[in-house]
Design a protein around this ligand. Structure first.
Ligand SMILES: [Mn+2]
Length: 410
């Protein structure tokens, strides 16, 4: 199996559709301005890898630094005007940092015909600020570019009139379209194929970083150059650190290894955690914990239905965990309240929304509706046993209930 996501992309018609949804929600006489942002500086002349602002990307699919998307809704009679501002090609610079999009390429990706050069942005923004048009933006965007626009707007007397679209965009992004679900399914496949290769190569005595390298190699080979997050590989007692950052230890015979990883496809994330016995066979306690987590996952899956919330799924799953820990004797008879004792072993939430971000933007209190995608990751960590782990799968809520996008570990 070899899923290649090198050139995976969402068709431009989808971006047109998303912008239409946004435009419907805008008041008349409003200009939305969204920024792709730029890579943060790492050192003197080095930057961290660039990932575009996800809301900007959601509406145009462009992955180029310092690009700007503008939607102008004048009045009911006129169609909404959409412009994309990009940097011009600069052949000398491109010798160093790679090819930039031509206007035609940017237009093909985004479905926007009005592509302008970034140096005309200031003039166009000034024109908007000097008129009566209201500004709308994404207040969750903390980029320099938006801060600068904020300063400019502060110089006018209309600062308080700016509209924040992030609430509405959150609701849009929380419910995935068929094309988004397909992208996530594809990212999941890449992750699963890579995990399979790792599983075949696990052996006692290997270093955590070797396991990391095998995974990374398989995902990159398939075209997932940037993963959903930094892969976590932790062996033995290190499994008691949730985001263990220094995978340098040797994993010995009889120990578990925790993997938490996710490839991307077309910008969309996957997020899968596996707990393997490094010698291929779980011992009694390892199996008991694995079985309990599997039980928790079953509870979570049936608790994920239309009308549920993150909190309700958490509550149901913790009950299963508490009962299981009681049965295993981890929570002793001296503690009458298993549910509250369970907090010592059940450290994190059971699930999170997943999409363009691995912990995707969400309204935590919103009730679940079909089309939402979650990473479901019950995890139990038992310091007294010297290990713990989570087992995580990706799940789509459909009209008929929760459905796995990944193949659960057995
Ligand atoms: Mn996760």
């Amino acid at each position: 199996m070899f899923t290649d996501v090198t050139n995976y992309s969402i068709p431009s018609s989808e971006y047109v559709h998303r912008r239409n949804n946004l435009a419907l929600k805008l008041e008349q006489n409003t200009a939305v301005i969204l920024f792709s942002g730029r890579a943060p500086s790492a050192s003197l002349d080095e930057s961290y890898p660039f990932l575009p602002n996800r809301t900007f990307f959601y509406f145009c699919g462009i992955e180029q630094e310092e690009s700007v998307l503008m939607l102008i809704k004048s009045d009911a009679k006129e169609p909404v005007k959409t412009r994309l501002y990009i940097y011009p090609r600069e052949l000398e610079k491109e010798k160093w940092t790679g090819k930039r999009l031509s206007p035609q390429e940017a237009s093909e990706i985004s479905g926007i015909s009005d592509i302008r050069m970034i140096d005309s942005l200031k003039h166009d923004v000034d024109e908007i600020l000097s008129g009566s048009m209201k500004i709308a933006w994404d207040e969750t965007d903390h980029s320099h570019e938006r801060a600068r626009l904020e300063q400019e707007l502060a110089r006018t007397d209309r600062f308080d009139s700016a509209t924040d679209i992030s609430g509405f965009v959150t609701l849009l992004r929380m419910v995935k379209s068929p094309l988004e679900i397909e992208a996530i399914r594809t990212a999941v496949k890449v992750t699963e194929e890579s995990l399979q290769v790792l599983k075949e190569n696990l052996r006692p005595g290997m270093r955590e970083c070797e396991a990391l390298a095998i995974l990374e190699c398989e995902m990159v080979k398939r075209g997932s150059l940037f993963q959903s997050f930094s892969t976590i590989v932790a062996g033995g007692k290190n499994t008691l650190c949730l985001h263990y950052p220094t995978p340098k230890d040797i994993v010995s015979d009889g120990e578990m290894i925790q993997i938490d990883t996710g490839a991307r496809a077309g910008g969309y994330c996957s997020d899968i955690s596996r707990a393997y016995a490094v010698n291929g066979k779980r011992d009694g306690r390892q199996q008991a914990l694995f079985d309990l987590i599997t039980e928790c996952k079953k509870t979570a899956l049936s608790a994920i239905h239309s009308g549920a919330t993150i909190e309700s799924v958490n509550n149901e799953t913790r009950k299963t965990a508490a009962a299981g820990l009681r049965e295993l004797g981890v929570i002793g008879k001296s503690e009458p309240d298993a549910l509250s004792a369970c907090k010592r072993y059940y450290w994190h939430n059971t699930l999170h929304h997943m999409g363009l971000d691995v912990h995707d933007i969400c309204d935590r209190d919103m009730i679940f509706v079909p089309g939402m995608v979650f990473a479901v990751e019950p995890g139990i960590y038992i310091p007294e046993w010297g290990f713990g782990f989570r087992v995580e799968d990706d799940v789509l809520l459909t009209e008929n209930g929760a459905e796995y996008l990944s193949i659960p570990q057995t």
